[in-house]
Write a protein that binds this ligand. Structure first.
Ligand code: CMP
Length: 366
């Protein structure tokens, strides 16, 4: 058990979790070994589980049998199979063991429970999924036989672009559908700009100036030249199938005299998909709050221009933002006394970032 926990702590999506949370996940993992050359899952199949690689190596392949492209190679600490669980869509790729590969398997029911309990996992997973979709889209695009010059990834994080002379509009639409595009495809022709919006490969609407849907398509289908550009939108994920999507990025303000402490906490929250602002004192914090009201403030109790008590009073004059104070043992008791009538406050004496993350998530996602 302890050993498995150690392995899990090395997986980026679980890194931020404390021991209790890791134990909770460990209890739900199964162990499975695949032989060299074995297909662990196949493109188009329904997805029942995700895998975390303990040892070995897998290729992620797209395309028809006999004409497969490797889009990525995953190793120990990487995971796969999460997309089908998150989207409910069939497997987006075939995953093949390049050598004997040991995995932990997490079945859908447990996966849903874990994501609901630890939303930070779905936040970091969401980023990876979006990146994977982009990579796959680019690979599929370049594999579709287009000349590289005319159909290439722009390297700005978006999908492929190119000329309509090289790929007909109908083929582009099928391409977006086949690759489960969430985002849009823009078609430009002289001064005119048409936009096709997709959600998980489903064409939602088409616009061209005042024209919509069929009328817009009828006009664009006749364009012999022009350019296309496919833009992948980061996915918003469901924590459970019934729940609302997590579509709002939470905002955290970190206030601390020490640049290093600010930076360490900032990195942890940015990595988890939070929008982070930092400030070194009360005055700068109030400026930040005037521009964007954070969902939570994490602050030291002693700042260069005043105490934590003064800080929270000034903020609470206008905004009811929750506070987490970081302090040390010596002053914690006094400080708790002073804050006893103030709502929505947590005090922690730890500087351990994973503990601070847990407190924030309990607060914001309760
Ligand atoms: P899923 O679609 O459930 O099954 C195939 C898995 O391959 C997919 O989840 C991802 O985990 C993984 N995968 C797909 N595309 C990529 C990619 N571009 N890079 C890494 N892994 C990928």
């Amino acid at each position: 058990m302890i050993q498995i926990g150690k392995i899990l702590k090395k997986v980026p999506i679980f890194k931020m979790l404390g021991k209790e949370s890791i134990d909770f996940i460990v209890e739900r993992l199964k162990f499975k070994t695949f032989q060299k050359g074995e297909n662990i899952c196949e493109i188009g199949d329904p997805g029942e589980e995700m895998f975390i690689i303990i040892s070995g190596e897998t290729d992620i392949c797209i395309g028809e049998k006999g004409n497969q492209q490797v889009v990525a190679t995953l190793k120990s600490g990487d995971y796969f199979g999460e997309m089908a669980l998150l989207t409910g869509e069939p497997r987006s790729a075939t995953v093949k063991a390049n050598e004997v590969t040991e995995t932990f398997v997490l079945y859908k029911n447990d996966f849903d429970v874990i994501l609901e309990k630890y939303p930070s996992i779905s936040l970091s997973m969401g980023k990876i999924v979006s990146q994977r979709l982009r990579d796959t889209l680019k690979k599929a695009a370049s594999a579709s036989g287009e000349k590289k010059d005319n159909f290439e990834a722009r390297g700005d994080g978006s999908g492929p672009s190119g000329s309509l002379k090289d790929m007909a509009l109908v083929d582009l639409i099928s391409f977006c559908e086949a690759n489960s595009l969430t985002g849009d495809m823009k078609i430009s022709h002289g001064d005119e700009l048409g936009v096709f919006e997709f959600e998980r490969g489903e064409l939602l609407n088409i616009k061209l100036g005042d024209l919509a849907d069929d009328a817009a398509l009828d006009k664009m289908i006749n364009w012999q030249d022009g350019r296309f550009e496919i833009n992948v939108r980061p996915l918003t994920l469901k924590t459970t199938p019934e729940e609302e999507t997590v579509d709002e990025v939470k905002k955290v303000l970190i206030v601390n005299n020490s640049k290093v402490v600010r930076r360490v906490i900032e990195r942890a929250f940015t990595g988890l998909g939070y929008e982070v602002s930092t400030a070194s004192n009360i005055a700068t914090s109030l400026d930040v709050i005037n521009t964007v009201v954070p969902d939570i403030i994490i602050t030291d109790i002693k700042l260069a221009d005043g105490s934590g008590i003064e800080f929270i009073r000034q903020v609470r004059d206008t905004q009811n933002v929750p506070f987490i104070f970081i302090t040390d043992d010596a002053v914690k008791a006094n400080f708790e006394q002073e804050l006893q009538d103030v709502d929505d406050v947590d005090i922690t004496k730890t500087h351990e970032v994973s503990e601070i993350v847990k407190l924030v998530e309990n607060k914001l996602l309760q």
